[in-house]
Write a protein that binds this ligand. Sequence first.
Ligand SMILES: *Cc1c(COP(=O)(O)O)cnc(C)c1O
Length: 345
Amino acid sequence: MGTGHLTIDLDALVANYKALAGMGSAEAAAVVKADGYGTGVSKTGRALMNAGARRFFVAVAEEGAALRQALGPNADICVFGGHMAGDTDMISDLGLVPMLNSLDQVLRHFEALPGHPFGIQLDTGMNRLGMEFSDWAAVADIALAQKPVLLMSHLACADEPDHPMNAHQLEEFRRMTDGTGVPRSLAATGGILLGPDYHFDMTRPGIGLYGGQPFNEARTVVQLDLPVIQTRSLEPGETVGYGNTWTAERPTTIATVSGGYADGITRHLSHKGALWHGDIPCPIRGRVSMDLIGVDITDLPEEPKALSLLNEHQGVDDIAGQTGTIGYEILTQLGLRYSRRYAGA
Ligand SMILES: *Cc1c(COP(=O)(O)O)cnc(C)c1O
């Protein structure tokens, strides 16, 4: 097979879920937006449900359709983007729970789907989604009378435990929700690690489930192996790839592997980083092209059938660190051409 092989370790996913859920007494939901952070929401969603997750979060109502199909009627599927114009049928037919973000959304929801479950998203300083204090003060009595299932907000700096924004948002969240008697949620992965003050009734881990920072103890979930299509021998002075950007300085063996920027392997990895053969790193040579990457295997004792871009030696955060981004982006860019295998669970 000519495509890269993506292996998703569902046992590791479940272990990460249980570890994060076990850090406090709050119920742990699961954030599975963007197709389960690129891992494939049907399989990962079901594995998380079997592990005990009962509430799932997606970004937009459209993402609820595949998830509802995978999970059946007994999971709560919540939508961060709330109730957008045109979403009413989807929300109703799929039984989604919108997190209402504005006065407009509150009015739309109460008018279109009276009695249909909803939550409220509050802005405590991130200035992204949710009602600010004054909006909430204006509508709180009416909204609370309709019994929201959740009051939630999101932390802007939770991956920096010492950042003063964390305590500020915590205080703001309390000021807006104390005494309401409604279940509350503030913490994503970073917030869970800040400790129980941040947990409230429900946590919303995402990246940590899939093996990413800031959950340092996470088990590796994603392995990516790229098959070697051809190997070739270079004399000193010969070059590799578009633009002749790398020149051999010694007799060199180059493996050309199947995978490139069309698979989400960013071109910023050109001349940086390595693919792995077991526990031996093999440097990338020349530019990453659309479907192919040249890798220096001169020092390997044998010719490999495939080389790993993601494995237990090199995770999404390592690649992110080399290319100026975050593990979240590496995961959600995982290509659609890979053959996928789900291991465990
Ligand atoms: C994406 C997201 C999460 C999950 O965040 P992680 O950092 O991936 O754990 C939780 N809440 C909201 C509002 C989000 O947008």
